[in-house]
Design a protein around this ligand. Structure first.
Ligand code: S3P
Length: 437
């Protein structure tokens, strides 16, 4: 689908509830599927990625009942496979576009004596899986991957031994896969990472009855142990909110409030960076929801933003927001430099190359190296035809650019937004019309 966008004459005004957090939704569904008993999950993101996880756990023997489909997400009852373990699936499990689904499932299945084949779409079939299969193989699981260590991945689970890992890359997907596998290994497994990646797993597992010991950049679990059903409420997704934050900052006269967002510090690096750039953003802390801090984010159009440097240390806390931040940086005074962003090259697309190409096509200034991105601010953007590369976050970042670029911007393969934020275009329209929900 081609999406046409022009600069808006009307500011974005009002409040919208962005959908449930994608990372937390995946984990809530998976942990419930692994648990003994019936879990109830509210506010689950209804998107293609989360549907992939629901279909996958169903193929493995969990029973997922969708008891409500509301605008603020799905309410699910999940009857887990629990201590009996997953059943061997009858055919390959299609993880669609979802890196979180495939990588976390590899950890979930590693310690059970069944064979499964995990596949995905064209994008997922290019993404590296060895970062998960290699450490899981050290624990005792066996894999066959396609050439280059990519999907389809065949997994034969078996008895696992605990291990200590020092991860070379800060990746919550890898960390989580290892911690989930470790639940089946007799003894303590410790996973240490070079910088703090999102910690939803560490926060959610105790609610399912599994203690997690944390020490700085390390997390440990002790197996063998099993999960017990829990009730989980999913807060709103800061990564989806980021696009509306960016729109409000760039469109003159805007004043937008986004309630109930997860304010987990491992996720809101983009708010810290924007504050440094001078953005007019107020955060009001709300209640903790299932171990996650939440609150309301109010953002107003900001006449002057200043360029900044985003260090490699900060990157894991804003990994999915780099495309949006790069678009915001085009409107800043001076240069914005992102350091240590090489991981973006192995996301749903090569986001580093794609964002630099798009900014240049819009007549801004951007240069990508192997692991840096430099954006020269202050050059007015001019509409262009851009390809999302079927990458949801690129599609939305380009749409925000189109709201301020002179003339028309056309985005190809815009349906990619369904991966994480199917209601994105509707929410932007709602804010432009000033009719909140
Ligand atoms: C995710 C972790 C991140 C992130 C992805 C979701 C998760 O990936 O980019 O969108 O839910 O654990 P990495 O762990 O590979 O950095």
């Amino acid at each position: 689908m081609r999406y046409h966008v022009r600069p808006t004459a009307s500011p974005l005004i009002g409040s919208v509830r962005v959908p449930g957090d994608k990372s937390i939704s995946h984990r809530a569904v998976l942990f419930s599927a692994m648990a003994d008993g019936t879990s109830r999950i509210t506010g689950v993101l209804d998107s293609a990625d989360v549907r992939s996880t629901i279909a996958a756990v169903s193929a493995l023997g969990a029973v997922v009942e969708i008891i409500a489909e509301e605008t603020d997400g799905l309410t699910l009852l999940v009857h887990g496979w629990g201590s009996d373990g997953p059943v061997e699936p009858v055919g390959p499990i299609d993880c669609g576009n979802s890196g979180t689904t495939i990588r976390l499932l590899l950890g979930v299945l590693a310690g059970w004596g069944i064979h499964a084949v995990l596949t995905g779409d064209e994008s997922l079939s290019r993404r590296p899986m060895r970062r998960v299969t290699a450490p899981l193989a050290e624990m005792g699981a066996r894999f066959e991957t396609a050439e280059g260590g990519v999907a389809p991945v065949g997994i034969s689970g078996s008895a696992l031994a605990p291990a200590d890992f020092d991860l070379p890359v800060a990746s919550a997907q890898v960390k989580t896969a290892l911690l989930l596998a470790a639940l089946r290994a007799p003894g303590t497994t410790t996973v240490c990472e070079p910088a703090p990646s999102r910690d939803h797993t560490e926060r959610m597992l105790p609610g399912f009855g599994v203690p997690v010991t944390r020490d700085g950049l390390c997390a440990s679990v002790t197996g063998p142990t099993s999960l017990t059903a829990a009730d989980v409420a999913v807060p709103a997704d800061p990564s989806s909110a980021a696009f509306l934050v960016g729109a409000a900052l760039l469109v003159r006269g805007s004043d937008v409030t986004l309630p109930g967002i997860s304010l987990n510090t491992t996720r809101i690096g983009f708010l810290r960076v924007l504050a440094r750039m001078g953005a007019d953003i107020d955060v009001t802390q709300g209640p903790d929801v299932c171990g996650e801090p939440t609150g309301d984010v109010r953002v107003r159009f900001t006449e002057r933003l200043d360029g900044t440097t985003i260090t490699a240390e900060e990157v894991p806390s804003l990994i999915d927001e780099v495309p949006l931040l790069a678009i915001v940086a085009t409107a800043a005074v001076g240069t914005t430099r992102f350091e240590g962003v090489g991981e973006l090259r192995v996301k749903e697309s090569d986001r580093l190359a794609a964002i630099a190409d798009a900014i240049n096509a819009l007549q801004g200034g951007a240069v990508a190296t192997e692991d840096t991105l430099t954006v020269t601010g202050g050059r007015p953007l001019v509409g262009a035809e851009l390809d999302s590369l079927a990458d949801h976050r690129l599609a939305m970042a380009f749409a925000i650019a189109g709201l301020v670029a002179e003339g028309e911007t056309v985005i190809d393969r815009f349906e990619a937004v369904d991966v994480s934020y199917p209601g994105f275009a509707g929410d932007v329209k709602t804010l432009m019309e000033g009719t909140s929900h």
